[in-house]
Design a protein around this ligand. Structure first.
Ligand code: ADP
Length: 483
């Protein structure tokens, strides 16, 4: 497991550097929690700047030979990583389950998608190349798509393996070597991934994992002079801090930050499917997804019956079967604090609005699926991203009002529109300020570029766009002379 059992029963996960496990320079480890039960989980290496430096040196040494390989060879290696993820699904999901408490269906989905990222970019890299430019008979001019070298990937705790693979697969495909800093709360699956990728033949040093806190590992990684690009997924404050570092160092950065995404339901929509989508926004990963559409905007004529139906369905959700716990104690406290603030502002939930008081869910970080209806637009419930199973609804009167409410947010990640009038759906899709807009539940997949407008960040992940993010364009031009 890239981990060693020490005196006590606790399993410890070391860093993964240069193709092998590596103990932290300071010899210390961080505890983790099992959010489904609040029991202590595995420990992860508490990294520091020395560990970061070793990982970056290993990556620096590995990337040139990797980038020089024919595309077909890099592609085969990435296909083998995908196969290895599929073959080790049991191990990866057990590690992920322990530190997140995710449901089996969610774990399956995320692990399958993790392998699929590698397959997609293993295929796409065959068509990742430059072009020739016609400068007339006296010149041969062409572009090359070259890797940056060492790329840092910093990931959060909500979709640990999946978000690592989302960045790693295109970064490696484009010829880079990577140092990943997963969340210190959910690092084990990423360390395991590095080990199984090594066993599957990925050359040493291409995929390194240094675990630890943002301050001790994340910042030194972004500051390291040999790191030439950073991909970050996480909160707005940390994104802003990293943007300052990147600006100072003049290196490019991809920021995938938060969202407060609208789900817009017109009276003529397929209300059955729209209600299922609203429930899914809460149930999927217990609402701890930056792209979750939990701001429910509903046409006034159907608002009240529609939200009552959604609330009834939320009441039918079973903890541990249909949704998991909140991942961290801090986040759990934050969601409960939102409920307190809503109460102080005079808001009563139609359903939920608290934790479980008895039975097995009370032992873990489970929060009741919650719906607040008719939320005033200036309340935190309507404006702040809440990483938990919480819907806030608002009625709208017409298309222009729907658009105004949809855009009434600092974020711009996703919007989901439901209408029987597809032209209206597309009109709104083209106007809403968000990086991806779906109409009538069309899924967003690996092929569809993903990223934010406004405070949701910049740069794109997924799709061919991500592959281009991890390459820089060089123009080569040769004077042919006259014959
Ligand atoms: P969340 O609130 O979702 O945990 P964070 O932005 O705090 O979001 O964390 C996302 C990732 O960023 C984690 O891996 C975390 O350790 C890392 N991180 C936190 N603070 C910093 C920092 N100052 N510099 C670099 N990385 C950081």
């Amino acid at each position: 497991m890239g981990a060693s059992a020490r005196q006590r029963a606790t399993v410890r996960h070391d860093h993964w550097i240069g193709g092998k496990p590596s103990e932290p320079a300071r010899g210390s480890y961080l505890p983790t929690l099992r959010p489904a039960t609040r029991e202590p989980g595995d420990e992860v290496a508490a990294g520091g700047p020395d560990d970061v430096d070793r990982a970056v040196v290993a990556a620096r040494a590995a990337y040139r030979a990797w980038a020089a390989l024919p595309a077909a060879d890099r592609s085969s290696a990435l296909h083998r990583v995908a196969d290895a993820i599929a073959a080790h699904t049991g191990e990866l999901t057990a590690l992920e389950r322990a530190c997140t408490g995710k449901t089996d269906a969610q774990l399956r989905l995320e692990t399958e998608m993790s392998a699929a990222y590698f397959r997609y970019y293993a295929g796409a890299l065959h068509a990742h190349h430059g072009r020739t430019i016609d400068q007339g008979a006296g010149a041969l001019t062409y572009t090359r798509l070259e890797p940056y070298g060492v790329v840092a990937v910093i990931t959060p705790w909500n979709l640990p393996l999946n978000q690592a693979c989302r960045a790693l697969a295109p970064a490696l495909a484009a010829g880079n070597a990577v140092v990943v800093k997963p969340s210190e709360l959910t690092s084990a699956s990423t360390v395991c991934l590095a080990r199984i990728a090594s066993e599957a033949g990925l050359p040493d040093g291409l995929l390194n994992v240094v675990t630890g806190t943002g301050r001790e590992v994340g910042t030194p990684l972004a500051l390291h002079p040999e790191v030439r690009r950073v991909a970050f997924t996480g909160s707005v404050p940390t994104g802003r801090r990293l943007a300052t570092v990147a600006a100072d160092r003049l290196i490019p950065l991809t920021l995938e930050l938060g969202g407060k995404s609208p789900l817009v339901v017109f009276a003529d929509a397929d209300l059955e499917r729209a209600a299922a989508a609203a429930v899914n926004a809460v149930a999927a990963n217990a609402g701890q997804v930056c792209s979750a559409t939990k701001r429910l905007l509903v046409e006034s004529s159907v608002h009240d019956p529609f939200v009552r139906e959604v609330a009834a369905r939320l009441e039918g959700l079973e903890p541990a079967r249909d949704f998991g716990p909140i991942n961290t104690e801090a986040q759990y406290a934050e969601v409960l604090d939102h409920f307190d603030r809503a109460r102080e502002a005079g808001c009563r939930p139609l359903t939920g609005g608290g934790a479980y008081e008895d039975g097995a869910p009370a032992g873990g970080l489970y929060i009741r699926p919650t719906l607040y209806a008719h939320v005033p637009r200036d309340l935190p419930l309507a404006r702040e991203e809440i990483f938990g199973p919480v819907l806030a609804t608002m009625p709208f009167t017409d298309e222009a009002h729907a658009l105004a409410l949809a855009d009434d947010t600092a974020y711009g990640l996703v919007a989901s529109i439901w209408s029987g009038d597809t032209a209206r759906g597309l009109r709104l899709a083209e106007r809403i300020q968000a990086g991806q807009v779906t109409v009538n539940g069309c899924p967003l997949t690996i092929e569809t570029p993903f990223g934010g407008y406004k405070q949701s960040g910049y740069g794109r992940e997924k799709g061919l766009e991500a592959l281009h993010e991890y390459a820089q364009v060089k123009t080569v031009s040769l004077a042919l002379g006259s014959s």
